[in-house]
Design a binder for this molecule. Structure first.
Ligand code: HAM
Length: 421
């Protein structure tokens, strides 16, 4: 029997890896420019971390976790998300006393959710995320929106998504709102789906997220959380919206955004694809999570963006054409001149050029065909005669012009750079 990969997992082949690398390069550049430090945490953690952190009534913890007992009888879970793990690492490593506050961390990594599969929904997927600890200001919320928008802008995806924002208030105003919501829902409960009936007692806010038409219809007239915010939360939300307007970041206000994880308070937001029914990223403030997991009271805010979904959108809109890998130079040689050519090849590679050589040991014609196929911009030809005269030919594959030049790095570089100007 053939062994195949597990349901919901992907092999990422070289053609797609280049898209991933392009995204990763942009993530690193953006985070470096904001002085955000990278953190890497384990792929599995104690199950308790997610039960306490993400919330035992959430779908993630209830239905989607890969949980098992290890050989020491410990309950272990493959991380379904990374915020809780980063918070655990922040507390356990005493980062608050080691790094100047606010502490800004970024990560990418695989995570695991046992979900029903559909386009863009996998059981093993990857997220890029940023978490900021130690600022209770709405300015930190804006910073996270700025960073996530900047990544989408660089990938040419910003106009392909809608940013929806909401405030779910603090503990006080949210609890008051939940009472109002439950009063509204009570008479309709019989007409609602089974999930909503369960959520009514366990997690009533999540009912707002129900995709069943009959429930959505009823909930359309439900009280709106942003009308029930306390003075503090209302002020912060107004300032947040003002700030986004000043930065010309486009958003809509969607009181239905409650997020699928229990740790949020105040600001929450999601980026949703305009054309595919998929959330590309989401985040918000979570001022209670650090203390829930055992640390000191620490305000925090962050987001996670699904990298698989970024790749999917890039392919869907055929934006990967712009990120094709390039071969700058192909060195065309015969077996005798091959080794002599390598000293120039390696020198050019050190200078940052992408250079390929004749490792097939094929004819000049076959090598030209190969150089064409890999879209080499230049071909440097070194035959016996050229080598004896300390010369080489260089062909600009765009213009077709071929010239003889001195065989040294400076003359090769000069030809290439002049052609690029
Ligand atoms: P989340 O909304 O559960 O948030 O996930 C963030 C993003 O991960 C989603 O918007 C989506 O793009 C991607 N994603 C989630 N599940 C899957 C899946 N099964 N397959 C493919 N992509 C998926 C969080 O995880 C929070 N930790 C985000 C956060 C960080 N909040 C504050 N800090």
């Amino acid at each position: 029997m053939n062994i195949t990969r597990q349901k919901g997992c992907k092999d990422i082949l070289p053609d797609e890896v280049k898209i991933w690398q392009y995204i990763e390069k942009n993530i690193k550049e953006i985070c470096d420019s904001y002085n955000i430090k990278e953190i890497r945490t384990p792929v599995f953690e104690a199950t308790e971390l997610y039960a306490r952190g993400v919330g035992d009534e959430t779908d993630i913890v209830n239905k989607e976790m890969y949980t098992f007992l290890d050989k020491g009888n410990r309950s272990i879970t493959l991380r379904p998300e990374l915020t809780a793990g980063v918070v655990r690492a922040y507390i356990e490593n005493g980062l608050s006393s080691k790094i100047i506050s606010p502490i800004k961390l970024w990560y990418t990594g695989n995570m695991y959710r046992y979900e029903k599969m559909q386009k863009g929904r996998y059981r093993e997927f990857n997220q890029f995320g940023v978490e900021i600890f130690g600022s209770d200001s709405y300015l930190a919320d804006i910073e996270t929106i700025k960073i996530s928008s900047e990544l989408l802008r660089r990938l040419n995806l910003l106009d392909k998504v809608i940013l929806s924002i909401n405030s779910i208030g603090c503990e006080n105003c949210r609890n008051e709102y939940i009472q109002k919501l439950k009063e509204f829902e009570k008479p309709y409960l019989d007409q609602m789906c089974d999930t909503c009936k369960v959520r009514y007692n366990k997690n009533p806010l999540r009912m707002l997220d129900c995709k069943e038409v009959k429930c959505a219809k009823i909930l359309r007239d439900a009280p709106v959380i942003t009308d029930c915010l306390c003075e503090d939360c209302k002020n912060d939300f107004e300032k947040l919206k003002d700030g986004l307007n000043k930065l010309d970041i486009k958003y809509i206000i969607d009181p239905g955004i409650v997020r699928g994880l229990d740790y949020y308070n105040k600001t929450v937001y999601e980026y949703v694809s305009k054309d595919l029914e998929l959330a590309v990223g989401g985040g918000g403030r979570y001022d209670k999570l650090v203390s829930t997991i055992g640390g000191a009271k620490t305000p925090a805010v962050g987001f996670g963006i699904g990298m698989d979904r970024l790749v999917l959108l890039i392919k869907e809109y055929e934006l990967d054409k712009n990120i094709n890998e390039v071969v700058d130079i192909y060195f065309l040689t015969d077996e005798d001149t091959y080794f002599e050519s390598l000293k120039y090849v390696d020198e050019l590679r050190k200078l940052g050029y992408v250079v390929e050589t004749n490792i097939n040991n094929k004819s000049f014609n076959a090598q030209f065909k190969y150089a064409n196929k890999v879209n080499a911009k230049f071909v440097v030809i070194i035959g016996e005669e050229e080598l004896n005269n300390n010369e080489c030919s260089i062909k600009n594959m765009d213009t077709g012009i071929q010239e003889k030049i001195k065989l040294n790095i400076d003359s090769i570089k000069e030809k290439i750079e002049n052609a690029w100007i």
